[in-house]
Design a protein around this ligand. Structure first.
Ligand code: C5P
Length: 205
């Protein structure tokens, strides 16, 4: 099967020396690539910000790559907003008191409009509250087959190579809790689940 795996943080430039981003390290994505290759799948890897930097460029790139793939695993931490204007010159620090932002497109939601029958999308969600309700709502809105929901609070973030507590939520709303699972193990599990979903097997709830 052909897997399109998207990982890492996007960046939104402010001026030639500064950008907005987030704490994502891309670890989950690297394990997903490893796990998919170990199962002899073809892997198309888009690693942010190296392959593509901004959310809008990422959307363009994924629209181009998606038709050739069976599964999209969207583990990228996309910047939700970008500066309204990017300065071509370094902004003097005295003028850096306010930054006006504009919302970025929701990439998965945009891609879901051209999703082919049989294609499988898997996404991730970090939530501070109402984990399962918000996660399931995202799964529906973005037309995902499966979503990995993780809790994020101050002093307990899932960034980097560590054990995490996660919930897998499927289209029926069934929830599978995964306690203290390594990202390597979670990656293997997600590749197996993607294989099952791509075969058109409905979840057993
Ligand atoms: O940010 P949010 O919680 O909505 O992210 C859930 C999923 O949607 C993730 O898989 C993320 O990669 C994706 N996403 C996206 N476009 C955005 C924001 C998030 O595709 N602008």
């Amino acid at each position: 099967m052909r897997f399109l795996i998207v990982s890492g943080p996007t960046r939104e430039p402010i001026d030639p020396v500064r950008y907005l981003s987030n704490y994502s390290t891309g670890t989950m994505g690297r394990y997903l690539v490893e796990a998919a290759k170990a199962r002899r799948h073809q892997v198309d890897w888009v690693e942010c910000p190296q392959t593509v930097e901004t959310a809008r460029d990422l959307l363009r790139e994924l629209k181009r790559r998606l038709p050739k793939n069976d599964v999209l695993i969207m583990a990228a931490a996309v910047c939700d907003a970008r500066p309204v204007a990017v300065s071509s010159q370094k902004i003097k620090k005295e003028k850096l008191s306010t930054l006006r932002l504009i919302k970025n497109p929701d990439i998965l939601q945009e891609l879901s409009k051209s999703k082919k029958k049989g294609q499988v999308f898997i996404g991730f969600a970090l939530e501070s509250g109402n984990l399962l309700k918000n996660g399931y709502e995202k799964l529906r809105r973005k037309m995902l087959g499966l979503i990995v929901v993780q809790k994020v609070v101050k002093n307990n973030t899932p960034f980097g190579d560590k054990l995490i507590d996660a919930f897998l939520v499927d289209v029926c709303g069934c929830v599978e809790p995964l306690k203290k699972i390594s990202k390597k193990k979670l990656a293997r599990l997600l590749i197996q689940r993607a294989e099952v979903l791509a075969r058109g097997v409905s979840p057993r709830c």
